[in-house]
Design a protein around this ligand. Structure first.
Ligand SMILES: *Cc1c(COP(=O)(O)O)cnc(C)c1O
Length: 234
């Protein structure tokens, strides 16, 4: 059976070794614990083990954890597909959104961000796998969307996110991460102040860290294999 604190420790160790192997400083990448489909009690176990950064895919499920008084003081990242009828909840409750792929959604988030909140930290999701994956802007569209998002007043553009197609070919996966890294460098050359590469999951975090990931999103290696899709289908 899984022990969340022990799994968390093991993943932190993997991350530390990957950073070391890449010649990067120990704090160069943040670990996000992806708690989608897991109950508040699982988040609490991780939080009591000292973890503070969590990711959720489904708006309703995420908001119910964010509003749970037993889980106060944590940082919450929205990493799933976002439809316009859910932007207000996300703008109100989350700290980060990694899955921006349309200007219209970004504009709504900026307008709906409460005035007394910090700017919403956002990443643009890029489809680095071509036709195999449906979510994200194409690499060709990334710079233009980044320029537009960077001008929205209540958002702060932090960088780029990707989910490569599932593959057993680690050279291919690494190539996808390299594509995202090159795109982030292009944004910087364009003058955008971006620092985040959100890439790497349970099965491929080492490859992502080797290509410069600054935030890995890890679910099953911490919480166990997800047994069901989502608490609420949206
Ligand atoms: C579920 C999910 C993760 C975590 O995946 P694991 O393979 O369980 O580590 C990371 N990022 C996104 C966008 C996800 O939907």
């Amino acid at each position: 059976m899984t022990s969340i604190p022990a799994n968390l420790q093991a993943v932190k160790q993997r991350l530390a070794l990957a950073l070391q192997a890449a010649g990067r400083p120990p704090a160069a990448a943040v670990l996000m614990a992806v708690s989608k489909t897991w109950p508040a009690g699982a988040v609490r176990e991780a939080a009591e083990a000292g973890h503070t950064v969590f990711g959720e895919n489904y708006v309703q499920e995420g908001v119910s954890k964010i509003l749970d008084p037993a889980l106060a003081g944590l940082q919450w990242h929205f990493i799933g597909p976002l439809q316009s009828n859910k932007t207000r909840l996300v703008a109100t409750h989350f700290d980060w959104v990694h899955s921006i792929e349309r200007l219209r959604i970004a504009e709504r988030l900026s307008t709906q961000r409460p005035p007394d909140s910090e700017p919403l930290q956002v990443c643009i999701q890029v489809n680095v796998s071509g036709e195999d994956s449906k979510s994200g802007v194409s690499p060709a569209e990334c710079l233009e969307l980044a320029r537009q998002v960077s001008m929205l007043p209540n958002l702060r553009l932090r960088g780029l996110m990707c989910i490569p197609e599932p593959s057993h070919d680690s050279a291919l996966t690494r190539q996808r991460f390299a594509t995202l890294r090159a795109l982030l460098e292009a944004l910087r050359r364009d003058g955008l102040d971006v620092d985040t590469l959100s890439m790497g999951m349970s099965d491929d975090l080492e490859l992502a860290v080797a290509e410069g990931s600054t935030m890995v999103r890890v679910g099953s290696a911490i919480f166990g294999n997800r047994q069901y899709q989502a608490i609420s289908k949206e």
